[in-house]
Design a protein around this ligand. Structure first.
Ligand code: HAM
Length: 415
């Protein structure tokens, strides 16, 4: 590398750096998710981002597009094929299966992992995103399907959304299986049908019809069909608790092969964000990868990128509030030890305080505080040292108050 050629400061394609304001939003997201799902009795788990590649290739669970085109897979130094998880569901199924004897059922679990997919980066789609995963194991009751949708609904409200901001679209894999059976489709063709329906919105109508015909399914049999009884029951349960923005949508099929029952997606109703915010459904057989006896699961994933877009277009993003409350600007480097003493007192009083080391002009020190969005500065100079009186300036209002040293902690604890 020649001297002039410097490394790029950009993050790897399709992933994000989290500068403090981004991280603050992320922390808000995590806190909001935790609070909302814990209210329903879900408990948090976590796992490594590294998984053996076979977890995603195993028959019955695989998603061809995901495995062949989207996984980040490499060979480790011991010759093992390793994948950066593209989703959390196989991992949680593995974990639940591994401790099936000890864990109590129904088991309610959630996690907020980062997942990796080699996709073409675009609005709402990146190569790394964080995904809230909420899953319930060990119940086949339709009330558990409904519960997951209630969690999704309440979560949206926790972010400040209204009913009209999003819709819950419910589809049925069981319906599709029936359709496949009626048309005598082989298991391969029936998977191809699911993949085709999942990609329907991404291709011209004619192409869709031709592909459907090749599979031997007439267009008439997949459109205008009746609401399955299971969907009606779930919609009733939802309505009983005031969730009124859910409906049956036969075009919701979901791209993963592991789904077996109802599937659902939460959609943003804003025209700029026509993407799913949540996707999920029932998967009866995923744990059968690890054990003969399988435990039924139902759950969903919600991504941080799409929810952020959702909040941004509605002006629902929380304002950035830095954790630091006070910045001590120091007129002379010789006064730094004195300033450190004041800072120590403030910190002991639980007031988050940062100190400037006085290697720049006072104005520049204040500018730094403004850039950090710290709300208060205190000038520490010789006068202050002599008099024991300090000027506290609010950077929001420009107002100043004079306080004695022993009044400082008290002043900030109420602000
Ligand atoms: P998924 O539909 O692939 O489902 O992802 C769930 C959500 O993650 C999407 O609705 C979207 O918000 C977000 N998401 C997906 N891919 C990306 C991407 N490339 N960039 C940004 N956000 C993205 C699953 O992953 C299932 N494993 C969910 C599940 C949990 N099913 C049962 N339990």
């Amino acid at each position: 590398m020649s001297k002039k050629e410097k490394l790029s400061t950009e993050a790897y394609k399709g992933v994000r750096d989290f500068y403090p304001e981004d991280q603050a939003f992320f922390n808000y997201l995590v806190a909001t998710c935790r609070d909302a799902v814990q209210r329903f009795g879900y408990v948090e788990y976590h796992a490594s981002v590294l998984e053996p590649a076979e977890l995603y290739k195993a028959k019955g669970a695989e998603n061809e597009e995901m495995v062949n085109e989207q996984t980040y897979t490499f060979i480790d130094r011991g010759g093992r094929e390793v994948t950066l998880r593209p989703e959390m569901t196989p991992t949680v199924a593995r974990m639940v299966s591994g401790r099936r004897r000890e864990l109590g059922f129904p088991l309610r679990l959630f996690s907020i992992p980062n997942v990796f997919r080699y996709e073409r980066p675009q609005r709402g789609r990146l190569r790394e995103h964080w995904q809230l995963n909420v899953d319930l194991f060990g119940s086949k009751s339709l009330a558990s399907d409904a519960e997951l949708m209630m969690v999704a609904h309440d979560l949206m409200f926790a972010f400040g959304a209204k009913s009209s901001d999003f819709v819950i679209k419910i589809g049925s894999r069981a319906f599709l299986d029936e359709l496949a059976l009626r048309h005598g489709l082989s298991p391969e063709s029936s998977r191809a049908l699911v993949a085709l329906l999942d990609r329907r919105g991404k291709m011209p109508a004619e192409e869709f019809e031709v592909k459907l015909e090749v599979l031997g399914v007439p267009l008439s049999s997949i459109s205008g069909n009746e609401e399955p009884e299971e969907v009606t029951q779930v919609l009733q349960l939802l309505e009983d608790v005031g969730v009124g923005n859910a409906h049956f949508d036969p075009s919701i099929v979901r791209g993963f092969n592991y789904y077996t029952g109802l599937v659902f997606e939460v959609y943003d109703t804003h025209p700029e964000n026509n993407r799913a915010l949540f996707g999920g459904g029932r998967y009866d057989n995923l744990t059968a990868l690890f054990d003969d006896e399988s435990i039924s699961g139902v759950g969903f994933g919600m991504g941080d990128v799409t929810i952020r877009d959702f909040l941004a277009v509605r002006d629902l993003l929380p304002p950035y509030i830095p954790p630091t409350k006070v910045y001590l600007v120091v007129t002379d480097a010789e006064l730094v030890p004195f300033a450190l003493g004041i800072a120590h007192e403030l910190r002991t009083g639980r007031v988050n305080t940062a100190v400037d080391f006085a290697d720049r002009k006072l104005g520049d020190q204040i500018k730094a505080a403004t850039k950090h969005k710290i709300p208060f500065v205190i000038v520490v100079g010789e006068d202050e040292q002599r008099s024991g009186e300090f000027k506290v300036r609010s950077l929001d209002t420009g107002k100043e108050v004079s306080l004695r040293r022993d009044e400082l902690v008290g002043y900030f604890t109420t602000r």
